[in-house]
Design a binder for this molecule. Structure first.
Ligand SMILES: Nc1ncnc2c1ncn2[C@@H]1O[C@H](COP(=O)(O)OP(=O)(O)O)[C@@H](O)[C@H]1O
Ligand SMILES: [Mg+2]
Length: 264
């Protein structure tokens, strides 16, 4: 089995807080895995560190055999890694299709002069990108006519799909999804889960999810890594993780703590 993404002893601090503490992670090519853990455990920070938003103070991150530590986010995207955000980051005053086209930007080799002069080559590339964006819109399960609507007018569940379409427009090998079913009802969650599986089964994209919905996590993941207070405390198949005593304690412990906090 080849490994597409490998984190070795990755540490990310914010001042005195060690948000990610010497985390090792190996993601096999073509797998579906999940990163889980209580709120504030450091999951999003791991994604932010992988995608170049933060530079880790220590450790190495290798993508496709090459170290990506210190590489700019757009360069990492161009290498074939894309993501969605826990808090949806669409351009709200742009249409759905325009938002998807933003994702294709790293792939469209249009020079500034091409845009100014509107050369035949430029117009052709632009038209092809639009058609591809339209295909992606349908692929993620959005209705055909939606492309011209403003992103902000879409319900939450559809906005999440637009984010996935935008991520796919960069033609990724690996997609990182940060809480992609947050705010969805059970039907939307189920249909989104089918889409995540399709990304791997049809398109061969390696999928890594941060997910709080245990039904989704246990149903879709081949491997689960559990993070608590910035550290990886357990790892394995859903069956292994579910009965791991440290995992049970991490969830129950944090739950008791939040109950206490809410009482004050
Ligand atoms: N940019 C930042 N500056 C300071 N602290 C941060 C920053 N981002 C995250 N943190 C802190 O790091 C910890 C982990 O946060 P996060 O990765 O968002 O957790 P999770 O995604 O698991 O809920 C939290 O204590 C959070 O407050
Ligand atoms: Mg998070």
């Amino acid at each position: 089995m080849s490994v597409i993404l490998e984190l070795t002893k990755v540490t990310k601090r914010f001042g005195g807080l060690v948000a990610v503490n010497a985390v090792d992670l190996r993601i096999e090519t073509g797998s579906i895995s999940s990163v889980i853990g209580p709120n504030g455990a450091g999951k999003t920070t791991i994604f932010n560190t992988i995608t170049g938003i933060y530079k880790p103070e220590e450790g190495d991150i290798r993508f496709d055999g090459q170290t990506i530590v210190g590489m700019r986010p757009d360069r990492i995207t161009a290498q074939g890694m894309c993501r969605t955000f826990q808090n949806i980051r669409l351009f709200h005053n742009m249409t759905v299709l325009e938002n998807i086209l933003v994702g294709a930007h790293t792939r469209t080799p249009s020079t500034a002069w091409g845009a100014v002069l509107r050369t035949r080559h430029f117009k052709q590339a632009e038209e092809e990108a639009r058609q591809e964006a339209q295909r992606l819109l349908l692929y993620v399960g959005l209705p055909r006519g939606l492309g011209d609507q403003l992103a902000r007018n879409l319900p939450y569940g559809q906005q999440r799909r637009v984010e996935i379409a935008r991520a796919l427009a960069s033609k990724p090998k690996l997609i990182l999804l940060d809480e992609p079913t947050a705010g969805m009802n059970p039907q939307e969650t189920e249909s989104a889960t089918r889409l995540f599986r399709k990304l791997r089964d049809d398109l061969g994209i390696t999928v890594v999810l941060i997910e709080h919905d245990m039904k989704v996590v246990m149903g879709i993941s081949e491997r689960i890594s559990v993070i608590d207070y910035g550290q990886k405390i357990a790892e394995g198949t859903p069956a292994e993780v579910r009965k791991d005593q440290r995992v049970i304690e991490a969830y129950l412990g944090r739950h008791a703590e939040s109950t206490t906090i809410s009482m004050h």
